[in-house]
Every structure is written in structure tokens, then in C-alpha cells.
Design a protein around this ligand. Structure first.
Ligand SMILES: Nc1ncnc2c1ncn2[C@@H]1O[C@H](COP(=O)(O)OP(=O)(O)O)[C@@H](O)[C@H]1O
Ligand SMILES: [Mg+2]
Length: 251
């Protein structure tokens, strides 16, 4: 039997003293691609944020690779791409610099980058199809390309588990396709993926199972509805939309 990479049991999370997750169970085994679906506000982001240790729980247990979260230290094994962030943040970092930051979890303190680190960074950039942009400033990329930089940053530590929160929301089609290719490569090497999706889109053929949240409860866990079906409302944020669909951004 394949081992559980993510094992969530009876998870209860409160935010601002209000219950947001009411006893959630979620298991993802090695090599599986599981998607979390549900309307805005159903608790998807809270669940993945709790899984990666960013939000404390009130009750229940989270295990990563069989280890309870409180004693888990191998964070390089987990690549996390949060919902709606910009890699730019006003700092004129290049694609390569941002992706290299994702390699830090692998490095010994204060040691300079080794050849293997540089190779892993190059590989992660190639994975998301941005090799020809590697020395460009992230600030000058489209929203979709910036999202791919964040995915490459998460991939640079060569994690065994990738957790992605709406990686395709407000992202142009070309970036969505590049992401689907990257995910296929990642999964082909036997690694595990938990991703929040607004709609299945080009990722549908890659997904093994869907878990649907409604009001902080799991209401479905199993094979997916038809790929074209959208189970969620509109994505939370459209800020990047105009930029993504703007003319000439991809040269
Ligand atoms: N930082 C926060 N403080 C208080 N409530 C929050 C916070 N973040 C989210 N919530 C609430 O928790 C619920 C679940 O939110 P979230 O996990 O972001 O849902 P989803 O990702 O499915 O849209 C929502 O009702 C939301 O308003
Ligand atoms: Mg969310």
C-alpha cells in the first residue's frame, strides 16, 4: 500500500474565534494528485494553509509523510504556492533570483550555492517554461508568468509534495498550459500533489480525485464530476486579469 503523504483527521480550525473547518478528514497518498474544490469561503485555503503549518488547529491532527506536524522538520520536502501573491513586491529581483530563494531550504546555513543548487534552479525554471526569461526582472512579467516563477521557486527544493492554492486563477491560457506540463513532469516522477482549483481546465486529465468542501465540511471525496464542470464561484481576485490578457505580454 502506498504511504500517506498528507493525513488530516478531524481537523478543526477557528479564525477570529469563528469555526472555519469543522472536523475535516483528508488523505493524499504517495503519487496521487488530489484537487480541493468548493465555493469561495468554503475553507480550501484555510485547509491547505493548516496542512503546511501556517495556521494552528483547534482539534484534530495533521501528519506529513507520517510525522505529526509539530515534529515535522523536513520542509524542503514540501513546496507551497500560496493563493494570489506577487513575486515582484517592488523588488527588482530576476526570475533566477526568486527561484533560487526556493533552494534555501536545501542549503546548509551560510554555504554558497553549489553546482547542484544552480542545476536545480535551472531545471525548475525550465520546468515552467521560463528559461528564456531567467535574467529578466520579475516585475516586468505578466501575472501568469509571475505565478510560474512562484511554482518554479516551490519546485527548486525538489520537494516530494507540492501544495498549490488556485495556481490557475486569473492566469492566461499559455501559463496554464505551461503549468499543466510542469505538473505532468512532477507527477511522472512519482511525487504527490494537493491543489486547490477553481475549475479543472487543462489539469483535468492529471487529477486522480476530488475533495469538495462546503462551509468547512467535506461533502464529496472521490472521482471527479465531468471535467468541464465548475464547482466553485468566480475566483476571489481578478486583479491580474487585465494584465494577463493584455496584448503582447509574451512577445
Ligand atoms: N484571516 C482570516 N481571519 C478571519 N476569517 C478568515 C480569515 N481568512 C479566511 N477567513 C474566513 O474563513 C472562511 C474560509 O476562508 P478560505 O479558507 O479563504 O476559503 P476558500 O479558500 O475556500 O475561499 C471564510 O468564511 C473566510 O471569510
Ligand atoms: Mg482560497
Amino acid at each position: 500500500m502506498r504511504s500517506a503523504v498528507v493525513d488530516v483527521r478531524g481537523l478543526r480550525v477557528d479564525l477570529d474565534d469563528r469555526p472555519v473547518l469543522h472536523g475535516v478528514d483528508l488523505q493524499v497518498v504517495e503519487g496521487e494528485v488530489v484537487t480541493l474544490l468548493g465555493a469561495n469561503g468554503s475553507g480550501k485555503s484555510t485547509l491547505v494553509r493548516t496542512v503546511v503549518g501556517l495556521v494552528p488547529s483547534v482539534a484534530g491532527e495533521v501528519r506529513l509523510f507520517g510525522t505529526p506536524l509539530r515534529s515535522f522538520h523536513d520542509w524542503w520536502r514540501v513546496g507551497y504556492v500560496p493563493q494570489r501573491t506577487t513575486a515582484a513586491g517592488g523588488v527588482p529581483a530576476t526570475v533566477r533570483e526568486v527561484v533560487a530563494a526556493g533552494r534555501l531550504a536545501r542549503r546548509k546555513l551560510f554555504r554558497p550555492a553549489r553546482k547542484a543548487d544552480r542545476a536545480a534552479v535551472d531545471h525548475a525554471i525550465e520546468l515552467v517554461g521560463l528559461s528564456d526569461q531567467a535574467n529578466r526582472s520579475v516585475a516586468n512579467l505578466s501575472g501568469g508568468q509571475q505565478q510560474r516563477v512562484l511554482i518554479a521557486r516551490a519546485a527548486a527544493s525538489e520537494p516530494d509534495l507540492m501544495v498549490l492554492d488556485e495556481p490557475n486563477a486569473g492566469v492566461d491560457k499559455r501559463s496554464q498550459e505551461a503549468f499543466a506540463r510542469a505538473l505532468r513532469t512532477f507527477v511522472a516522477s512519482g511525487r504527490t500533489v494537493l491543489l486547490v482549483l477553481h475549475e479543472m481546465g487543462p489539469l483535468a486529465p492529471l487529477v486522480d480525485r476530488g475533495v469538495v468542501l462546503d462551509g468547512g465540511h467535506v461533502v464529496h471525496d472521490g472521482p471527479l464530476p465531468t471535467p468541464s464542470m465548475t464547482l466553485t464561484g468566480p475566483p476571489d481576485h481578478h486583479d491580474d486579469h487585465r494584465e494577463d490578457y493584455g496584448a503582447g505580454l509574451f512577445g
